[in-house]
Each structure stands twice: as C-alpha cells, then as structure tokens.
Design a binder for this molecule. Structure first.
Ligand SMILES: Nc1ncnc2c1ncn2[C@@H]1O[C@H](COP(=O)(O)OP(=O)(O)OP(=O)(O)O)[C@@H](O)[C@H]1O
Ligand SMILES: [Mg+2]
Length: 375
C-alpha cells in the first residue's frame, strides 16, 4: 500500500498543557510523518496519554499548535479530526455483535450496503476475526476483543490511528503475538499510527521512530537503533534497556578517543563523537551489557584486541541464568559491571569467584550526556 515517508502527518508546535498549576506537557515540538509507526514511550505520569488526548481533541492545549496534515486543529472538536483512538480497555458495545461494532462508525456516516458489508468484512479479515461477525462482543477473548476494537477504528479509514497502551490488558504471550500483528497491519494499510506505551521492548520492536518522554518533556526522538545505541541522556539510556555507567578519568586523548589507563596493560577507551574531554578530567561513560565480552583470564592471554578496544580485568560476583542469556556481574576497577552473554555453544561456563577479562569494541561504549531533566 502507499506509505510516503516524506509528508508530515502531525505537528506539535510548542504545545503546553496544565492541569491547574501542574504542567503535564512542556513545550512539546514533534513531527510525525505520514505512514509512520510512531511510539511515545516513557514512565507512568510523563504525559503520554495527555499528548495523545490533545491530538484526538479530548483535551485542549493551553498554548501552542497542533496540525493534522497541515491544518490547524488545535481547537477543533474530536469529531472534526481525521483520527480514531483505540484504548487500553477496548470498550466494545456489549450488546452488539462483532459486525455491529465494526459497522457502527460507517452507519453514522450513512455508508450503506453493499459498501458497508464489504468494508466491514475486509477489515475483519485484516485483523483476522472473520468468521466471528455474528458473535456477541461479550463472547470474545481479550485478544479477539482488541482486534475488533482495532477493526472498529480502522474501518473509518482515519488519517491517523491513536493507540493508548492497547495491549496492556493481554497476557504476555498474546501481547507479543499482537505486537507483531499490529505492526504488520500498520504496514499493510499504511495508516499513520501513534502508539503510547511504557514498555520499552514493545516500542523498540514495533516502531519506525520513538519519542521518549519524562516529566512532561520530550527528551529524544529517533529510530529504535538510535535511541538504544546513542541515548540522549542518562535517563533515556537507562529507560531503554539496562546499562553500565562509570566514570572515565581521561589519561589521554588521541584519534578522537578518550582513554583511561588501568594496571597491567588494561585500558578503557571511548569514542568522543563530538563530546569534549580534557586530559585529567572525568567523563561519564556507558556501555550495554550485551556489548561486553567475558573471557576467562587464562584464556584471554595478552591479546589486547583491536586498536581502541577496551580491556579490563575482574572477578565474577554473580551469575544470573535466564535460559537463552546469562548475565554476569563482575567486580572491576571501574566498579561493578554487568555483562550479558548469549548461551550458545561458545558461552564460557563461569562461576562466582572466577577471574575474567572484559573487553569491548571501540564503538561499543559512548559518552553519557548529563541529564536533560533533573529527577
Ligand atoms: N484530568 C487531569 N487532572 C489533573 N491531572 C491530570 C489529569 N490528567 C492527567 N493528569 C496528570 O498529568 C500527568 C500526566 O498524565 P498522563 O495521563 O498523560 O500520563 P501517562 O504518561 O499517560 O502515564 P501512564 O503511563 O500512567 O498512563 C500525571 O501526573 C497525571 O496525574
Ligand atoms: Mg497513559
């Protein structure tokens, strides 16, 4: 189907929202493209739902503008906006059949048979509940109800579909399945989705781009890879996955890298990538556990790896086995470091007390910028 990545579907321009004296959304500036799967991610109370409700017209912004496909809708009532919303609790009409639920919006718009039936059936196929059209809404499982809710919203062909934690009432397995299905439905229809979640894995899996919020502020917008690989600050880094952070004393700056020398040929390096680090200063550095390789000290030998690679010795203090992965906690000169290894055939079989060498590639660590929001 048609997905244009260039046109702008949604613009927030300097949007502020107060509840009494409490500011729930602070100077929100954001552009979402046509056909994009965009997620707003952040902890409870950070302003995700409020932002979505302003987009839908259920809340009015105190200042700033909201544009949908270029037209200013800041003060337009909900029914004058080309958007539909799917909620956490799907709120199907309980006394109607599946067909009746999905047909409801079309009947309001005076769409008649045969087009009505054709569009309802088509959408039921898309969300894979065709065959259940005669069922009462109460005779459906949670996953089926959520699919019908989706069909009910999508059948109106909204320019934008807003989804507020639509999967959070489902059990883990069904939720994972629906994540993949939702993404594929979005892809198939090419509708712009704005998806709200506080589940970082869900956001990483489903989204073309993610906006991370905290305390009413949008901290970073980027692709899942950008957000995960180069988080804008410590809060983002910590919120999207686990993280080791440590202080690196700058002994040397060369080739765009800051290096800290440790005992016995060990050293830690970080690519500065625009950050400034004067010799003898200290910078905060982060690395994801899965980027660290753990080798038994004896097996590691004297090989110091690629130029710019880091290498630091330590002692295993904890081993957490979770099936496909093992997380080791290792006491080092940098402090306690977590390293995660896939449990494939090459995985080292380490126990508490083992001496190990941690190493990582030159680009694996990054400088952690100071927090954007205090908190
Ligand atoms: N109608 C309201 N009146 C007063 N305060 C409100 C109202 N709606 C939201 N808030 C406050 O605004 C802040 C943001 O709320 P919002 O519902 O947008 O958070 P959220 O990011 O969606 O959180 P969650 O993940 O828990 O759903 C919260 O502190 C909330 O208590
Ligand atoms: Mg919410």
């Amino acid at each position: 189907m048609t997905t244009s990545s260039s046109a702008t579907a949604i613009q927030f321009e300097g949007v502020n929202k107060f509840f009494g004296r409490f500011q729930a959304v602070k100077d929100l500036n954001l552009e979402i493209r046509e056909g994009e799967f965009f997620s707003l991610l952040g902890p409870s109370g950070c302003g995700k739902t409020t932002s979505l409700r302003m987009l839908a017209g259920f809340e009015e912004a105190d200042s700033g503008c909201i544009l949908l496909r270029g037209s200013d809708v800041t003060s337009a009532p909900p029914n004058k906006r080309p958007v539909n919303m799917v909620f956490q609790h799907y709120e199907l009409f309980p006394h109607m059949t599946v067909f009746g639920n999905v047909a409801y919006g079309l009947r309001l718009k005076k769409v008649r048979d045969p087009e009505l039936s054709r569009r309802v059936q088509e959408m039921l196929r898309v969300v894979r509940v065709d065959g259940l059209e005669g069922r009462g809404a109460r005779q459906l499982s949670g996953g089926q109800q959520q699919r019908v809710a989706l069909a009910r919203a999508l059948v109106n062909r909204p320019a934008v579909l807003l989804l507020d934690e639509p999967l959070s009432a489902l059990d883990v397995k069904l939720r994972k399945q629906m994540q993949i299905e939702l993404k594929s439905i979005q892809h198939q229809l090419g509708t712009t989705f704005v998806y709200v979640t506080h589940d970082q894995e869900e956001a990483l899996l489903m989204s073309d781009r993610i906006g991370i919020m905290n305390q009413g502020r949008l901290l970073q917008v980027g692709t899942p890879r950008e957000i995960y690989g180069r988080p804008a600050d410590a809060f983002v880094a910590d919120f999207v996955g686990s993280l080791n952070a440590f202080d690196l004393r700058v002994d040397e700056v060369s080739g765009g890298r800051a290096v800290m020398r440790l005992a016995d040929g060990e050293h830690v390096a970080v690519a500065l990538e625009g950050a400034v680090a004067a010799p003898a200063s200290t910078i905060r550095v982060a690395i994801r556990p899965e980027r660290i390789r753990v080798t038994e000290a004896q097996a590691a030998g004297a090989d110091t790896g690629a130029p710019g690679a880091s290498r630091v010795g330590g002692v295993v203090t904890a081993v957490d086995y979770v099936g496909s992965l093992t997380t080791y906690r290792i006491e080092t000169a940098l402090g306690l470091i977590a390293a995660q290894e896939a449990n494939d055939t090459l995985a080292p079989d380490l126990v508490v007390g083992d001496r190990v060498v941690l190493s990582w590639a030159p680009d694996a660590a990054f400088v952690l910028p100071p927090s954007i929001v205090e908190g």
